[in-house]
Structure formats: C-alpha cells, structure tokens
Design a protein around this ligand. Structure first.
Ligand SMILES: [Zn+2]
Length: 163
C-alpha cells in the first residue's frame, strides 16, 4: 500500500481538509504533517508551472495555498504530488478529489483518462448514464464521475496494475 507524508502548508488548511481525507480509500496511507517539505520548481519559463512547488523526497504530498502565477492546480508523478488550493476553491471535497487525482498519477495510474477509458471502468448502467449525460451536453469533468473513476483506478492499483 502506498504511504505518503501529507503536508498541509498551514494549520488552517489542515483543519479545513484533514476531516475530509476519509473520502480517499484506505489503500492510500497518510501521515499528516503541518508545514512544507523540501520542494523544487519546474521550468520557470513555463506559465503552467511558474512558481509551483513540488516535493523533493519520495512519498511526499504537499498541499499549499500560495498565490502563485502557475496555471496548474496540481501535479503528481514518481511517488510525489503537489496540490494547490486557490481563493476560489469553496468545495472542500473537490480539493480532496484533486489530491486523490494527483496521488493516482504519483503511483502511475492514468488519472487523466476518464473519458478515453470510459469503456474500461464503467458498469453497464453507468455507461447508459454517461451517454444520457453527454447527450445533455453536460461536462463529464464533475465530482460525481471523478469519484467513480478514481475508485476504480484505486481498485486497479490495489490489484497491482499500472498503465
Ligand atoms: Zn492529471
């Protein structure tokens, strides 16, 4: 089971988000900390990542709320993940889903492929619902579907499968 040291930059962030962590299945184990891990920065000329801190030590997740120029809200790879909370973020569960998304990347799961791999992870009834949803031109990128998809990817990881 993957274990992460999960750093919330401030006590306020920790108190706000830690109670919702149970949304993420216990396959992922966390040791919660307050503060910042050692971080590095990606290409500072890339507007996607400008000023975006990323953990150096393996097995580390960093959740921060700095106002930075980067467009990215999260990144995850190679047993490391970083998630940003913005001033516009009102939905705490959506932030937890963002953490779940990035730690799936961190363990090598295809977290971006929800729509492309719909045939692989949806049940028959979900497929019908998905088709109806799309015929109403609703965006699939919503917590309802994220939760289902991330649950299936987590089960997949627990069975030892990667890409
Ligand atoms: Zn992603």
């Amino acid at each position: 089971m993957p274990h992460f040291d999960l750093y919330f930059k401030t006590e306020a962030l920790r108190q706000r988000l830690e109670p919702h962590l149970q949304l993420i299945p216990p396959f992922f184990e966390f040791t919660v900390q307050t503060g910042a891990p050692e971080v590095r920065y990606f290409d500072q000329k890339d507007p996607m990542w400008k000023g975006f801190p990323f953990p150096v030590p393996a097995g580390t997740v960093y959740v921060f709320d700095d106002a930075i120029p980067a467009r990215a809200l999260g990144g995850g790879m190679d047993m490391r993940a970083s998630v940003r909370v913005t001033r516009e973020d009102r939905d705490d569960e959506a932030i937890i889903l963002r953490i779940w998304h990035e730690i799936l990347h961190a363990i090598g799961q295809p977290a971006d492929d929800m729509a492309r791999r719909a045939g692989e992870w949806q049940s028959v009834s979900e497929r019908l619902m998905w088709a109806a949803w799309q015929s109403l031109s609703r965006p699939g990128d919503v917590p309802f579907w994220h939760r289902k998809f991330y649950s299936r990817l987590t089960e997949r990881a627990a069975r030892g499968r990667q890409d």
